[in-house]
Design a protein around this ligand. Structure first.
Ligand code: HEM
Length: 128
């Protein structure tokens, strides 16, 4: 399945709205994890993640029109991300993804991507 078909096949914008809304609901409810997010309002962060994911999976290029080249590792450099933060991020994303109830092949492809991408964002050693 080609990239633009993937975006449409999983339900387009509506699906990505549901995914990132559910993800950020959990971020907002976790006081310790939430401290990492610089802005008082999580809405704009939610939209940036959503636009990025839509673009990645073959939807509109709104992310790059607004933010330029993703350079995600660089954009995450200001945040201390060890395996602990990675695992928390993935846990919330898994809940959000599972709740979409996508066909297994789409679900698994997205989940494998999230695991790989989250690994790549780790930039700090675990504190013992
Ligand atoms: C931004 C944390 C993984 C995509 C951010 C921000 C934080 C953060 C604190 C700033 C919020 C904001 O936009 O104002 C984390 C942590 C991760 C993680 C702890 C754990 C591994 C990922 C992954 C992706 C991703 C795996 C993509 C698949 C993004 C995007 C932005 C962002 C697109 C907005 C970048 C921008 O345009 O400024 N993240 N992130 N993040 N994150 Fe992550």
């Amino acid at each position: 399945i080609s990239a633009d078909n993937f975006y449409a096949a999983v339900g387009g914008e509506e699906t990505f709205i549901r995914l990132t809304k559910r993800f950020y609901e959990q971020v907002g409810a976790d006081a310790e994890f939430r401290e990492m997010y610089p802005e008082e309002d999580l809405g704009p962060a939610e939209e940036r993640l959503r636009r990025f994911l839509e673009q990645y999976w073959g939807g509109p290029d709104t992310y790059s029109e607004q933010r330029g080249h993703p350079r995600l590792r660089m954009r995450h450099a200001p945040f201390r991300i060890s395996t602990k933060e990675r695992d928390t991020w993935l846990r919330y994303m898994k809940v959000a993804l599972d709740e979409l109830e996508l066909p297994t092949e789409f679900h698994d492809e997205m989940w494998e991507y999230f695991e790989r991408a989250a690994d790549a964002m780790v930039n700090s050693l675990d504190t013992p």
